[in-house]
Ligand binder design. Structure first.
Ligand SMILES: Cc1ncc(COP(=O)(O)O)c(C=O)c1O
Length: 364
């Protein structure tokens, strides 16, 4: 069976180092806020290019805490793309703010800057952009819009750890950058985890309080907070994997190039590559007309393809305003019907990748 992503293979490739770092945590016996969390935060913010990193329990929590650190809640509108992981939008709703869902660009599948401008109202406080599949959004245009309208900018980098835009890492360009360390992500833990990066000391301080009951250093809650901490074992594992992230991302890029070269004559559409960017291929996504038939064909060849995502958020019952959908976002809806994600992960063997390629050729 060829999986779409394969966290087990990733564990096995660094097994000795990971096992020994976990063993050290177990022997030391400090499981929450020992040295690894602190060291990981220092290493991670240096890697991204921000002054601070605050680690938390998941990527969704990273987004919730980022919104709370900006003091957003009921009555505030936050603009975000409908075509994203549900988590992006769930975070906005969780803090009590109103998600304003907008369309994506038809060829890059990232948030459409024009749609963002058109969705701004007097209640808009922030924009969340999502570097979907691992490719940066059009940051020049987004930054110019948020500056002009004095809005806060959160980058959802869950799928794009290590990607760059104009030689800057994603997560370092907005007010806050949010990351997920879910096991399949480019930098994946062995369980849940996440981080928020920023260069704003006030926001970093607020985030450190929010992740632990709103406590100040005397353990007095100055604000209401959460329990959302990255644990020592996950931090120790992430410290090992962070050292190899660029090398692993380069392997993903090489696999993507092979797919591009081998599949370009077939009747399918690859997502366009943005100029001045490095894409880190958390997902390798194609658009095809008979998507469901293709997924079934691959399955019959023991190949697991993914669909990211089959239903755009604005059509999910939880996020429909009123009794039936009134919002029409043509690109997001078209994308949801056509996308398919092919297997891609650093350890994917060449022979397995060619099995995927040949199965696609067979299908067409
Ligand atoms: C774009 C995006 N945002 C947020 C998240 C949430 O991350 P987590 O699963 O760690 O809560 C994910 C992961 O699924 C994601 O892909």
């Amino acid at each position: 069976m060829i999986l779409c992503s394969n966290p087990r293979a990733q564990y096995l490739s660094y097994k000795d180092e990971i096992d020994s770092s976990i063993q050290q945590v177990l022997s030391k016996g400090e499981f929450i806020f020992g040295g690894n969390v602190h060291s990981f935060e220092e290493e991670f913010c240096e890697y991204i290019g921000t002054k601070y990193a605050v680690s938390v329990g998941s990527g969704t929590d990273a987004l919730c805490l980022a919104l709370r650190s900006l003091k957003l809640g009921p009555g505030d509108e936050v603009i975000a793309p409908s075509h994203t992981a549900t988590a992006t939008i769930a975070a906005i709703a969780t803090v009590g703010a109103t998600p304003v869902l907008v369309d994506s660009d038809p060829i890059y599948h990232t948030i459409d800057p024009l749609a963002v401008s058109q969705a701004i109202s007097s209640k808009t406080k922030a924009v969340i952009v999502v570097h979907i599949y691992g490719q940066p959004v059009d940051m020049d245009r987004i930054i110019s819009i948020v500056r002009q309208k004095n809005l806060k900018l959160i980058e959802d980098c869950a799928q794009a750890t290590g990607a760059t835009y104009n030689n800057r890492r994603v997560g370092s360009m907005g007010d806050l950058g949010c990351f997920s360390f879910y096991p399949t992500k480019n930098l994946g833990a062995l369980g849940d985890g996440g981080s928020i990066v920023t260069s704003n000391s006030i926001l970093a301080d607020q985030l450190r309080k929010l992740r632990q009951y709103g406590w100040d250093k005397n353990r007095v809650s100055q604000i209401t907070g959460y329990n959302s901490r990255l644990d020592e074992i996950q931090a120790a594992v992430l410290r090992v994997k962070l050292k190899y992230l660029d090398r692993d991302n380069a392997k993903r890029v090489a696999l993507a190039k092979t797919y591009e070269r081998e599949l370009n004559h077939l009747p399918l559409e690859a997502v366009s590559l943005r100029q001045k960017c490095s894409h880190v291929y958390h997902l390798y996504v194609l658009s095809v007309e008979r998507r469901n038939d293709l997924v079934a064909h691959l399955k019959s060849n023991d190949i697991v393809a993914g669909i990211h995502y089959p239903v755009p958020t604005h059509l999910m019952p939880a996020y429909v305003q009123g009794s039936k959908p009134t919002l029409y976002l043509p690109n997001a809806e078209r994308i949801a019907k056509k996308v398919v994600s092919l297997p891609i992960y650093p350890e994917l063997a060449e022979s397995d990748q060619y099995r995927v390629i040949n199965a696609l050729k067979d299908f067409f």
